[in-house]
Design a protein around this ligand. Structure first.
Ligand code: HEC
Ligand code: HEC
Length: 348
């Protein structure tokens, strides 16, 4: 069983992320802690039955996540566009550059708490993190991986031992590569912002202005929390918030081909949002840049452009300057700087 391989150091490193559950079974032997160790106030990290999380697979996934040799021209790794110092986003770039300088058309999202998302990409076109990783590895504007070269790399001295520990044999497949990378990503859990401390009962963790912003955020007046709800401030649904009067990137429509989905994008998590500018799928809007949280709040306050699919919850808010500032202050309190330097997630 995988959990048997839990090493002491691994348990201790994860203990920093959340509470370690220790209890004894009737015989008195220590019970095996659940893996991964989820922070006490978050839901258990979902793990697919066909890709159980093991420390060895997570460690292999970490190596792969940072390895530019997986890409077609040897210059790009997952981490090139998902940098831990920017909460695993590509801030401050509006769009990222992949192999051979290819320019994508969307803003690179944070990967914090990505294990909890029910679909991936701004349009939700990938259902699992394994499928998502496969798309990124093989995508011509991302990594354009040459599968033969990847296999040779894994069978070389660079990976042979960690691959054996993770999978127990030398059968190399892109599927296993994606399973290891997805396992690593599942452990990137952020739950240590001042907001989390407040939720856990430390009332003074938020200032008066931040608490005002929180109440406004979750109020019927702004409706922010209607879409940005739950532990990660997302409903995992697709909506239009009226950023453009014409969407060159048609968003969810590309997946469903339903005109009601034209211009709809997945609600992004707001955890660590202060660290991940610019904002929105395009990193931009028709009426002006989306480089700051003040600009985002300004957009919502004006109610967005009259695009036919715009969600009715996005409408003129008539907020005072103080209310706008409070909303921004609240969002800044969602920063968990322990994510940026966690030794388990940095380049091995
Ligand atoms: C060239 C930059 C680039 C590289 C390299 C890259 N990504 Fe991404 N990633 C992006 C962009 C941009 C998006 C959003 C694209 C979209 O929605 O169509 C994204 C989306 C994602 C998402 C979806 C997050 C969500 O909440 O929907 C995950 C997970 C992810 N990337 C993981 C990876 C992994 C794993 C790798 C390496 C195998 C990788 N990325 C390589 C830029 C990159
Ligand atoms: C109808 C659902 C909905 C409501 C209401 C809503 N949002 Fe959003 N939010 C979204 C969606 C969807 C996006 C992405 C839109 C896009 O890229 O086209 C988004 C994007 C954002 C972003 C950018 C995050 C990033 O990483 O790019 C911020 C910040 C944000 N919203 C804050 C707020 C605030 C503050 C409010 C209340 C004033 C609010 N939202 C109300 C659905 C909503």
């Amino acid at each position: 069983m995988s959990v048997v391989r839990l090493t002491r150091s691994f348990i201790f490193a994860l203990a920093a992320v959340g509470a370690v559950l220790t209890s004894c079974d009737p015989e008195g032997a220590p019970a095996i802690p659940p893996f991964p160790l989820t922070p006490s106030h978050l839901a258990q990290i979902p793990v697919p039955a066909d890709n159980p999380l093991t420390p060895a697979k997570v460690e292999l996934g970490r190596q792969l996540f940072y390895d530019t040799r997986l890409s077609g021209d040897g210059t790009v790794a997952c981490a090139s566009c998902h940098n831990p110092e920017h909460a695993f986003s590509d801030a401050p770039n509006q769009v990222s550059r992949g192999v051979n300088g290819a320019r994508g058309q969307r803003n690179s999202p944070s990967l914090v708490n990505v294990a909890y998302r029910t679909s991936l990409f701004w349009d939700g076109r990938a259902a699992t993190m394994e499928d998502q990783a496969m798309a990124a590895l093989l995508g011509s504007v991302e990594m354009d991986a040459d599968t033969m070269k990847v296999a040779a790399l894994i069978l070389s001295a660079a990976y042979k031992n960690s691959w054996m520990s993770a999978f127990g044999d030398t059968s190399v497949s892109m599927k296993r590569v994606t399973q290891a990378i997805a396992s690593f990503e599942r452990t990137i859990v952020s739950a240590n912002s001042r907001y989390d401390k407040y939720v856990l009962g430390e009332r003074s963790a938020l200032s008066e202005q931040e608490r005002e912003g929180m109440n406004l955020f979750f109020s019927n007046k702004t409706m922010c929390g209607a879409c940005h709800g739950g532990q990660d401030f997302t409903n995992d649904q697709f909506q239009n918030v009226g950023l453009f009067s014409h969407y060159f990137d048609r968003g969810r429509y590309n997946v469903t081909k339903d005109s009601k989905d034209e211009g709809l994008f997945k609600t992004p998590t707001l955890r660590n949002v202060a660290l991940t500018p610019p904002y929105m799928a395009s990193g931009d809007s028709e009426k002006g840049p989306m480089n700051t949280l003040e600009q985002v709040v300004g957009h919502y306050n004006e109610g967005g452009l009259p695009f036919p699919n715009r969600d009715t919850r996005v409408r003129k808010l008539n907020l005072t300057d103080r209310e706008k500032a409070s909303l921004v202050a609240f969002m800044k309190a969602l920063t968990d700087s322990s994510v940026l330097r966690n030794p388990r997630w940095v380049k091995p």
